[in-house]
Ligand binder design. Structure first.
Ligand SMILES: [Zn+2]
Length: 173
């Protein structure tokens, strides 16, 4: 009888603890290293801040000294491109080919971070879509994910969905 009462009390405590726990998981922090992004360091930071203002389940932060980054950012003369190893991990290039063609630098940075955050290319041609990439006009300066893109990232990190490794290039058609 006593054991049963103790068990019942424990179950009540467990139930109360579960009830008190917030429904949303903790925000996952991803560290990025922009130290090799050459002249694009500021725009890489801008791309990270755009995502931080739009999603709640993941945050992009500059890597502290001595810590291994989840994301590395480079710069070269090719097309912007991203290589992911898993959700939230990989590296991307700020490619001068697109910059010199006139594509918006903040849009490129936010788009490549979008791949790291689990979004594929969707070449809709629409400037309102961040992941339409270079299919949107060169004049497009929208660097914000639309509500569907932000919701997808929130869901991926909120539920820790497994995302396979990928390679995404922005080479214009
Ligand atoms: Zn892309």
């Amino acid at each position: 009888m006593l054991m049963r009462r103790v068990a019942a009390a424990l179950l009540t405590m467990v139930a109360l603890a579960a009830w008190a726990t917030p429904a949303h998981a903790a925000t996952r922090v991803l560290y990025y290293d922009a130290s090799q992004a050459q002249e694009f360091v500021a725009v890489v930071n801008q791309g990270a801040q755009i995502w931080n203002s739009k999603v709640t389940t993941v945050r992009l932060e500059p890597v502290p000294a001595g810590r291994t980054p989840n994301i590395r950012v480079y710069a070269d003369n090719g097309w912007p491109r991203t290589y992911t190893s898993s959700l939230g991990n990989g590296y991307w290039y700020m490619g001068r080919e697109a910059v010199n063609d006139g594509y918006s630098k903040p849009r490129i940075a936010a788009h490549e971070f979008g791949h790291i955050l689990g979004l594929p290319d969707r070449r809709t041609g629409l400037c309102a879509d961040l992941m339409s990439g270079s299919s949107a006009p060169v004049s497009c300066t929208n660097a914000n994910p639309n509500s569907t893109e932000a919701a997808t990232v929130n869901r991926l990190f909120g539920t820790s969905v497994a995302v396979p490794a990928g390679y995404f290039t922005e080479r214009a058609a």
